[in-house]
Structure formats: C-alpha cells, structure tokens
Write a new protein. Structure first.
Length: 159
C-alpha cells in the first residue's frame, strides 16, 4: 500500500455525528448505511447532488470506545469552514486537528472500505515506518467519476 506524509493545519468544520462500529469491529459492515445517511444529510443541506469540488468533505472519527469489541466510534460527516458557499448553521461545530498525518488513497466500493482501512493501519503505516498518535482520524471524501465507487483519502494521525 502506497501512502504519503502530510501536514494539516487545524481548521473548523460543521456537520452531523453518529456512533457506528469501527472497521475493526465484528459488525463493521453495519456502519456503512449510517455513514451514507450522514453524508446524504450533509449534501442535502448544502444543496449538492453528492461530494463535489465546491466543498472540503471530511469524515472525522474519534477514538474507539474500547480496545476490545464492539469497537464503537463517533463518525462526523462535515464540511470545513474553508469551503466555498454558505454552510449550514444547524449542524454541530468541530475543530479538525492539525498535525502530521499518513495519507492513503482509496477508490472502490463501500464493501471494500473496511479491508482498505485494515490494510492502511496494518501494512501502510508499517511501510511508511510510522506509528499512530492520539488524535482524530480523518476521511477526506473526493468527487468520483463513477457513482458506484467511493473516492477517499484516509488521514491517520502519526508521530
């Protein structure tokens, strides 16, 4: 798995949050419809048909609630305040942490996302010689030319 190291400047965002299983939970597949619904609410509030170049769409993941199953996380579908256009005032406000991140790209189906994340954490970080640090794990959503495929970047906080 090919990755890169990036520095990110802290910024503010607005969005909506739910508690879902992590990619490492036994019921990880149950998270996909909840996360998809969050993104549908965000794009509907922005008046867009989906992820576009007009906004920076960032999924913010808090740390897992425990090191043993069921591995529940908070996931926030958000857009940054640096985005173009008016942002919804009815959503919660967030600070997106700055700092050093390992970044891995993904283009594939929803059903392949959990395997991608397992590979990023298990192989990608090792290949880059990195270890994680405490902090938000980010999922930067990008426009996709193929409606059935997700185009995203996983931003993993590193030392």
């Amino acid at each position: 798995m090919i990755g890169r190291i990036e520095e990110r400047v802290a910024c503010t965002a607005v969005g909506i949050t739910a508690t879902v299983p992590s990619s490492f939970a036994p019921d990880a597949a149950d998270a996909a419809p909840v996360i998809a619904a969050l993104w549908e609410m965000v794009t509907a509030a922005l008046g867009t048909p989906g992820v576009t170049d007009d906004f920076e769409y960032i999924g913010i993941t808090g740390p897992a609630d425990d090191l043993v199953p069921p591995h529940r996380i908070t996931y926030s579908a958000s857009v940054t305040e640096h985005s173009a256009g008016p942002l919804p005032t009815t959503f919660d406000a967030f600070i997106i942490d700055g700092g050093r991140y390992a970044v891995f790209s993904f283009l594939g189906t929803v059903g392949e996302v959990d395997d991608f994340y397992r590979s990023a954490y298990d192989e990608g970080l090792r290949d880059l010689g990195c270890t994680t640090r405490d902090g938000q794990h980010l999922e930067r959503m990008l426009p996709s030319e193929h409606p059935a495929l997700l185009n995203l970047e996983a931003w993993i906080p590193i030392h």
